[in-house]
Ligand binder design. Structure first.
Ligand SMILES: Nc1ncnc2c1ncn2[C@@H]1O[C@H](COP(=O)(O)OP(=O)(O)OP(=O)(O)O)[C@@H](O)[C@H]1O
Ligand SMILES: [Mg+2]
Length: 291
């Protein structure tokens, strides 16, 4: 069944408006991914992690990326973050080519990226303090962010005393404290239990709405990708490429309606089933190749 807003790929690249490069037309791309290829060179072989990936992400957009393990999601994110240089192609942030990490891009990792021996407040204020920001302003920012992520009473607690969900809230707040234009998330909720994960999804949506940040989120959860992505990219492996693109209404709907109602809706369920079977087929193919 053809889904509303879905754009099937042709010839391996996503096609949504521009058949030659697979780029969504955005008025002004906050993130322009322009024909990126990435080959890892090992002593005895090469890994073609990404092949000719192009994508524009508009300012204030929330985009989720889904795909089987090894299809190049983290590689793509690391290239956007400036941690890796692509073998070919270029990423531009607000028109400026990425040459390395920059303060306008914030990262939230799956876990383990906090300073465990520092307090919650010290973790959140770390970036502004390193940049030499005004002390009073930093205190105010930390207080505001503690309120947003619901950790006001935990400001002075060391991070290691917090639960996984609380730690991820600190990670979000720490990222926001640097006031990046773009937030890059690699499986930020992957280590959480199901209930905490759902609550955190709501928090991500609220932050998106309230801050107007551009958010790119990688997840292994089909449900999460559909729920949080205004736009959803499905990647395929060998070599990593964009297979399909969906424009979805659920992130916006969830700003108005309870998350459970949105996820139980017939359109949500039908998109979920289609994407699940697409990913399942890809995984089967990979297993078949290996078997
Ligand atoms: N530093 C590296 N050196 C060599 N090969 C690498 C390196 N990093 C990743 N790869 C390979 O590149 C491909 C893409 O890896 P990547 O980590 O981007 O995938 P992924 O989609 O994030 O996977 P996962 O869902 O498991 O996190 C894989 O085949 C992986 O083995
Ligand atoms: Mg990964």
């Amino acid at each position: 069944m053809a889904l509303p807003g879905s754009c099937p790929a042709a010839g391996g690249s996503s096609v949504c408006g521009r058949p030659d490069k697979g780029i969504r037309m955005a008025e002004k791309a906050e993130i322009a991914i322009d024909r990126i290829s990435m080959v890892y060179t090992l002593p005895d072989s090469e890994v073609h992690a990404l092949n000719d990936v192009s994508l524009d992400i508009g300012k204030g957009e929330i985009l989720s990326v889904l795909g089987p393990s090894g299809c190049g999601k983290t590689t793509l994110l690391n290239i956007i973050a400036g941690f890796l240089s692509p073998t070919r192609g270029e990423v531009r942030i607000a028109g400026t080519p990425v040459k390395g990490p920059g303060a306008e891009r914030g990262m939230v990792f799956q876990q383990g990226a906090l300073f465990e021996w520092l307090s919650v407040a010290q973790n959140i204020s770390f970036g502004p303090r390193m940049c030499g920001r005004n002390r009073k302003e930093t205190v105010d920012t930390v207080q505001r962010l503690l309120g947003i992520v619901g950790l006001v009473e935990f400001a002075d607690k060391p991070v290691y005393q917090l639960s996984g969900g609380m730690q991820q809230r600190v990670a979000l707040a720490r990222c926001l404290a640097n006031d990046p234009d773009v937030i890059l998330m690699d499986e930020p909720l992957g280590a959480l239990d199901a209930l905490t994960r759902e609550k955190m999804q709501g928090l991500v949506l609220r932050l998106w709405k309230e801050t107007g940040k551009t958010i790119l989120l990688i997840t292994h959860s089909v449900e999460e990708a559909i729920f949080l992505g205004e736009r959803l990219i499905v990647m395929a492996p060998r070599p990593g490429r964009i297979e399909r693109e969906f424009n979805l209404p659920f992130a916006t709907e969830a700003l108005e309606k309870p998350a459970r109602d949105v996820k139980a809706g017939s359109e949500f369920v039908s998109v979920r089933e289609e994407i699940l079977s697409m990913i399942w087929d890809m995984e089967e193919e990979i297993m078949g190749d290996n078997g």
